[in-house]
Design a protein around this ligand. Structure first.
Ligand code: C5P
Length: 453
């Protein structure tokens, strides 16, 4: 029996208050719906995908499909006025007598292949399935005057997610019955219909906390952060993939840059390092240009470019020497621009990856750090902009945000600090390689001593 994924994408996104419906907003270099489609596209047990889209966005969906060249059969169906109508349109477009359908919100891009697996497995035994997680909030039932009528025991509550999955004839029947039922128009999910008409029990498959729905502007900000975590946590990146890749590291002579060279070599990469030590000052465009040209001439390709070159001089602005300040900005900011500009042609050819470094002070400037923290904030902004400019070329560009790290630069500015309060440059190097090998772009990757997840 075939497994169809129906992706509901016909919502108007009124609740975000934005002009574009949330499924078409971009996170981590791709629209929300592209992330969602990718999960179903990659799942080996999904045979076909049906996208239900609003008629004003059908062209947009068509162009997304053209750009992504997904391999599975994908059909676009026009949506309806309510979610229920859209769902019915998706279901009715399937001509098979028997099939399984997995109905999923386009605005839940974090659905995992594990959840899909569990659903398909459960469909062998049950005809209707919901995905849900225990509620961590207490749910209160209110009356129309804003008074609590009842607080049911929390342990009985689960929060519904999607996909909701069904044996096709069952969910078709539920929708057909609802056509005659005026009370059904407020129903916001498909399982409710099955229960309303007593057609089947609905079995619950455990979802997960990542599988969130993007509804409000805050959800978008959270989703952006979750993509950082997901990119590194859920995609198991094999460092062996770096074997025979050409990696260029600017700022290779010490600290994080040095560790990256060592680790990349250990995994078989062909590594080229540049720094002031071998005459390459990143603030000089021509030197950067020559360095990359020499590597290309010798290797015939450049896969990954990493820039760890950075200067930190602390002090109050008014007390500091203008030459030092200009030097710091030239290395930290102009250096990144020089490298990015000159990297483009090489990385376009290899569909490679560029990696920069920021500081935890990028989100909020710190006293005595004003030039350092503002130059590091600029790097994040630069990476976000470039990731958008370069998505069509398949060049990935990300930025690492390491916690206080045990490097010489830190030691020079802050003296000796207890070892166990600092992050090891080895860990930053490992995450750096995972990032350049990863398939995400425009991300700020936080590296901390202890993992949050
Ligand atoms: O509005 P709600 O949050 O329930 O939307 C869940 C999903 O249903 C979204 O992916 C949305 O695009 C979709 N939807 C739809 N047609 C509608 C309303 C919502 O496909 N008329």
């Amino acid at each position: 029996m075939k497994n169809y994924a129906i992706i509901l994408a016909s919502g108007s996104g009124e609740r975000t208050g934005l002009d574009t419906p949330k499924q078409f907003l971009k996170i981590a270099g791709k629209t929300v719906i592209e992330h969602t489609l990718q999960v179903f596209q990659n799942h080996p047990k999904i045979n076909e995908i049906i996208i239900v889209a609003n008629k004003n966005y059908i062209k947009k969906v068509q162009s997304i499909l053209r750009e992504n060249k997904f391999k599975k059969p994908i059909k676009i169906v026009q949506g309806g006025l309510t979610r229920k109508d859209s769902s019915y349109n998706g279901i009715s477009s399937i001509k098979d007598v028997e099939a399984n359908v997995l109905i999923h919100d386009a605005v839940r891009p974090f659905v995992s292949s594990k959840i899909i697996d569990k659903c398909i497995e459960a469909l062998k035994k049950h005809k209707a399935i919901d995905v849900a997680i225990p509620s961590s909030d207490t749910i209160v039932i209110a009356d129309k005057n804003n008074f609590i009528k009842q607080i049911p025991e929390r342990r009985f509550f689960r929060r519904g997610q999607t996909p909701q999955c069904f044996y096709l004839p069952l969910i078709k029947k539920a929708h057909e019955l609802s056509l005659e039922d005026s009370e059904a128009k407020n129903v916001t999910d498909d399982c409710s219909l099955v229960l309303k008409y007593g057609l089947s029990d609905v079995y619950i498959v455990e979802g997960d906390h990542f599988n969130r729905k993007i509804t409000y502007p805050l959800d978008l900000a959270i989703a952006d952060k979750l993509f950082q975590l997901k990119s590194l946590k859920l995609e198991d990146v094999e460092l062996n993939l770096i074997k025979d890749k050409v990696v260029v590291v600017f700022g290779h002579s010490r600290g994080i840059g040095k560790e990256i060279c060592t680790l990349a070599k250990k995994y078989g990469a062909r590594v080229w390092g540049f720094s002031r030590k071998n005459g390459v000052d990143v603030s000089d465009f021509n030197l950067v240009k020559k360095a990359l040209f020499d590597v290309y001439k010798s290797e015939g390709k450049i896969d990954y470019i990493v820039n760890t070159a950075g200067i930190l001089n602390i002090g109050y602005l008014e007390d500091r020497n203008i030459k030092d300040i200009q030097d710091e900005i030239a290395v930290n900011y102009l250096g990144a621009i020089n490298i990015a500009k000159e990297s483009f042609n090489y990385l376009k050819k290899s569909e490679g990856s560029l990696l920069f470094y920021t500081s935890s002070s990028y989100t909020r400037g710190r006293a005595k750090y004003c030039t350092y923290s503002s130059s590091k904030a600029a790097i994040v902004n630069l990476v976000q902009a470039l990731s958008e400019e370069w998505t069509t070329f398949n060049i990935k560009v990300n930025v690492i945000n390491p916690e206080r790290t045990a490097t010489q630069m830190r030691f020079q500015n802050f003296g000796k600090e207890p070892e166990d309060t600092l992050l090891s440059p080895k860990k930053v190097a490992k995450v750096s390689l995972e990032t350049i090998l990863g398939n995400f772009t425009g991300q700020v990757i936080n590296v901390t001593r202890e993992d949050l997840f």
